[in-house]
Design a protein around this ligand. Sequence first.
Ligand SMILES: Cc1ncc(C[n+]2csc(CCOP(=O)(O)OP(=O)(O)O)c2C)c(N)n1
Ligand code: SF4
Ligand SMILES: [Mg+2]
Length: 351
Amino acid sequence: MTYLAKPKLHHPALATNAVGFTRRDYEGRISTLCAGCGHDSISAALIQACFELDVQPHRIAKMSGIGCSSKTPDYFLGQSHGFNAVHGRMPSVLTGANLANRELIYLGVSGDGDSASIGISQFINCLRRGVKMVYICENNGVYGLTKGQFSATADQGSKAKTGEINTDAPIDLVSLALLLGASFVARSFSGDRKQLVPLIKAAITHGGVAVLDVISPCVTFNNHAGSTKSFDFVREHNETVNKLDFVPPEQEIVVDFAPGTTEFVRLHDGSALKLTKVHDDYDPTDRKAALAYLQERQDAGEVVTGLLYVNAGAKDLHDHLDTVDEPLNRLTEKDLCPGAAALELVNDEYR
Ligand SMILES: Cc1ncc(C[n+]2csc(CCOP(=O)(O)OP(=O)(O)O)c2C)c(N)n1
Ligand code: SF4
Ligand SMILES: [Mg+2]
């Protein structure tokens, strides 16, 4: 694989954020994806979100599987940790890293083939366990890297570039995430940066597992008439449930909305998500209603986007396991082997 390093020169007047980094410090190597690929827009949104959130790059760990989407962590956050795992195995590698060091921010970057085809059992189990992470599926309905075969998210009846029609039923990752108890579930579109950036920021500050299914057209193999993951199709059938704005913890929340049209969702770190409802009756805290709404709009041929569900008081795997606050990889031999007297006390409990 060839890598193109970006020139390191910065314009001296580039703005810095609260932790002293410019936007360029959050970039990675030059992308080798096809020009116009939706995945590059998602990388740009991630760069913008991390710069605006004032995240220190060394606090982020990017994990991915295999695919064009899974290559993208090389194209953003070049100063962060990263691990490119095996096809469909990102969640288990990320789970292990998260258990070893709970202090990092974990970005799991995957594709629809990586998540819904070969990696579906890994996707299911990391959600059911509540591994604290931002799980981003860059969803184009095809295996882009291996030249455009249908993936498990391809809609029934959609047409491949070769003319073949998909006869299999699709797996809808957001419905599955809701069923499995994910505490933050959203869908967006790579072409809608205004919606995607606040969603990424909110997902990063969420206290549990956050799933972002981002429709990301493959311009080379799945952007033609008859595809339901093309730029034209998603623009025509996009049904947005809410408009979003991320409010950092230090910013005052000003109540300036008509009752019933806007609400604030407090996030884990004190920040908030300002939700302006497009549909007055859509409640992103009602999991069952979200599932029913998704099903109904899907049957009508619409692609629902926005924040679909959030449980602001979510717990994660460390809460479930009741692990110590100190990251496990920092425990010393003294912490792990407290001596014979301590062992006697534990044994006494079982006598
Ligand atoms: C175990 C294994 N099986 C199959 C492959 C071949 N393969 C590489 S990428 C890929 C599909 C990628 O599709 P997706 O995750 O949707 O990513 P995209 O390229 O569309 O972004 C496949 C089948 C592989 N690398 N490893
Ligand atoms: S093949 Fe498709 S998914 Fe892969 S880089 Fe090209 S446009 Fe993107
Ligand atoms: Mg794909």
